[in-house]
Design a binder for this molecule. Structure first.
Ligand SMILES: [Zn+2]
Ligand SMILES: [Zn+2]
Length: 235
C-alpha cells in the first residue's frame, strides 16, 4: 500500500520552532493532512516525545520517535526509533555531549518541554542549536546499534548538510537520504530519497512529504519500505 510519510518536524522544544508548535497540535495538523507515519525530530533533544506519542495515538498516526542530531561536522542527521525508550536513551546520551552553553531565549527562542495539553512543564537550559561532540560516523553506529534509522537531513541545503559541509557523500550505512529537491538528488545518488516538511510552524506541517510503498503501517514496514525505495513525491 502507498502511505504518506513525514519524518522531519520540530516542536516548541527546538529554539527555532514556534512556541505554538505543540507536539499535540503537530499530530492533529498531520492528521488533517492525511499523514500516516509522522516523526518528531527536535534538535539534539527528545524531551517532547512523550506528549507526541500520546497525541499520535489519539490521531491514529504511527509515531516515529526521533531527533535531529547536529554532529561535530555541523551536519544535521535524523535519527528515528520505534520505541520512545530507545529514542530517549539515545537523546539523554546526546544531551551529555552538548557543550555547556546556556540558551538565551530572547536571542534564539524558547526551549519548552510541554505535556499533551501544551502546559509548559519546564524549559531545557543548554542551547540545543549547537553541535554535539559526536561525529557523523559515530551517530550512525550508535543509532543503528539501537535499531534506529539514520537519514542525513536536507542534504541539498546550503548549510548544516552533508553536501554543504563535507562536499561529498561519505560511503556510510544510511537508511535513506532526505532532500528538499529529491528529483535532482535522485539523479546523482542511487539511494532512497525522501522529502519531509522540516516544519517549525504549524502551517508548515505537510508542506513537503512523500508517499512510500509499504507492506504495512508499522516501524518494520517503514524500514523495509525505505530499503525497497518505492517513493513518490508531492510537488
Ligand atoms: Zn536541519
Ligand atoms: Zn529540522
Amino acid at each position: 500500500m502507498k502511505i504518506k510519510l513525514d519524518l522531519h518536524n520540530h516542536s516548541c522544544l527546538s529554539p527555532c520552532g514556534s512556541d505554538d508548535m505543540l507536539p499535540s497540535l503537530l499530530a492533529f495538523e498531520a492528521m488533517e493532512k492525511s499523514i500516516d507515519i509522522l516523526a518528531l525530530t527536535d534538535h539534539n533533544c527528545t524531551r517532547n516525545l512523550e506528549p507526541f506519542g500520546q497525541a499520535c495515538e489519539l490521531c491514529q498516526i504511527l509515531p516515529i520517535f526521533g531527533m535531529e542530531v547536529n554532529t561535530i561536522e555541523d551536519v544535521h542527521v535524523l535519527t528515528l526509533f520505534k520505541n520512545i525508550e530507545d529514542a530517549q536513551e539515545f537523546g539523554f546520551y546526546i544531551e551529555t555531549l552538548l557543550p555547556n552553553i546556556k540558551n538565551d531565549p530572547k536571542l534564539f527562542g524558547n526551549q519548552n518541554i510541554v505535556d499533551i495539553e501544551g502546559n509548559i512543564i519546564s524549559t531545557f537550559k543548554k542551547s540545543l542549536l549547537t553541535t554535539c561532540g559526536i561525529s557523523l560516523e559515530d551517530v550512525i553506529s550508535e543509532c543503528l546499534s539501537r535499531d534506529g534509522l539514520v537519514i542525513p537531513a536536507h542534504i541539498d541545503k546550503n548549510a548544516n548538510s552533508i553536501l554543504a559541509n563535507l562536499g561529498f557523500l561519505p560511503d556510510l550505512d544510511y537508511s535513506a537520504l532526505e532532500a528538499i529537491r529529491p528529483s535532482q538528488i535522485k539523479e546523482r545518488y542511487n539511494k532512497t530519497i525522501i522529502q519531509s516538511s522540516d516544519a517549525h510552524y504549524l502551517e508548515h506541517v505537510g508542506r513537503r512529504s512523500c508517499f512510500l510503498e509499504v507492506e504495512e503501517i508499522s516501524y518494520e514496514g517503514l524500514k523495509q519500505g525505505l530499503i525497497d525505495g518505492k517513493v513518490s513525491y508531492i510537488q
